[in-house]
Each structure stands twice: as C-alpha cells, then as structure tokens.
Design a protein around this ligand. Structure first.
Ligand code: AR6
Length: 178
C-alpha cells in the first residue's frame, strides 16, 4: 500500500472542488442524470455535455462500460477536467467490487495521462446505485492507496454529508492501523 499518498476527506460538494480533476459518478450513456452527474452538468455548463456527445458519436458508440473512465473539459467548474466513470449498481447476489475498484483505478489512470496532480472523487455508487457506504469506502480507499499513479500528489474524497464523512474516516483510520 502507498500509505504516503496524501488522502484528504472533506464534507462538501464535488462541483466546488479546485482540484485538477473531479470524478463524475456517471452512467453509461454519458448524457447526464441525477446526483453528482446532474450537479456536474448543471454547474459545469453545456460544454461538458457537448464533449460527452462527441464521445458517444466516436469511441463510445455503445456507451462507457461500467468501471471505465474518460475525460472531458470541466466547463465552468473550478477543476480543469471532469473524469467520467460508471460505477456498478449494488447487487446483493453478485460481487461487483472489482468493477467499483476499476472505477477508481481507471479514473486515476486517466488523471495520470492528463498530468493531474490533484483528484477529487465522490463516493461512487453510494447514491442512486445503492452501494452500502462502508463497503464502498473500503473499496475506494484501498484501491486508491494500492494504485500507482505517478504525479498524483493528493486524492480528495468529497463526501456529501457527515454520515458519509464519518464512515470514510473510520475506514481510513483502520487501514492505517493494519
Ligand atoms: N457532491 C458530492 N457528493 C454528492 C453530490 C455532490 N454534489 N451529490 C450527491 N452526492 P450518486 P451513484 C453523493 O447518486 O450512486 C446518476 O443519475 C451522494 O450522497 O450521484 O454512482 C448517474 O447518471 C452519494 O453518496 O451516484 C447514474 O445514473 C454519492 O455522491 C447514477 O446516478 C454518489 O451518489 C450513479 O449513481
């Protein structure tokens, strides 16, 4: 584990982050939705959707597969880029953890290719997609700590409320003790 990587946990709104990259909890269509996705397109403006449409018309004609990641402009957001990734929908019957880990790995990979130094993640899949917070926090934090991402100096998890913040804090504290 790369415990030296700087991990920040904050309560806040992903659209207000001044990191180089903000990660969007998108869906395969790349054409918007609710939650984080809705907020990013609303506040970032039409330039983001225009680039998403261009991606659908070219490389991702069938949509962005779950676990993968792709960058667009951040439009009017303070960040430089939005990296869109598609989290798995929670299932009680099937273990989709690897797909959730892939979202984090692949988003960091895209951030590295952009030359980003700072990356902000929301708690992917824990809203509309229904993933239990504690499990999502373990997967997100261990994956970010385990992934080699040259040039990325800080990864910030932006939690929407105190409950999510407390869960991520507990999991991170336990990981540092292991
Ligand atoms: N900033 C930070 N966190 C937020 C914000 C915000 N502005 N808004 C919500 N959250 P979700 P998912 C939290 O539903 O579960 C969309 O329709 C929220 O409390 O945004 O991956 C997409 O188009 C939760 O903890 O993403 C997809 O169809 C977390 O962010 C689908 O929802 C993620 O919630 C993706 O669902």
């Amino acid at each position: 584990m790369v415990l030296s990587r700087h991990i920040q946990l904050v309560i806040g709104d992903i659209t207000e982050q001044d990191t180089d990259v903000v990660v969007n909890a998108a869906n395969s269509s790349l054409l918007g939705g609710g939650g984080v996705d809705g907020a990013i397109h609303r506040k970032g403006g039409p330039e983001i959707l225009a680039e998403c449409r261009a991606l659908r018309a070219s490389k991702y004609g069938r949509g962005l597969p779950t676990g993968q990641a792709v960058a667009t402009t951040a439009g009017r957001l303070p960040a430089k880029w939005v990296v869109h990734t598609v989290g798995p929908v929670w299932s009680e019957h099937e273990d989709r953890s690897e797909l959730l880990a892939n979202c984090h790995r692949n988003s960091l990979g895209v951030a590295v290719s952009l030359g980003a130094k700072t990356v902000a993640f929301p708690a992917i899949s824990t809203g509309i997609f229904g993933w239990p917070l504690k499990s999502a926090a373990k997967i997100a934090l261990t994956t970010v700590l385990d992934t080699d991402a040259p040039g990325v100096e800080a990864v910030r998890f932006v939690l929407f409320d105190e409950t999510a913040f407390d869960v991520f804090s507990d999991v991170l504290t336990k990981l540092h003790r292991e």
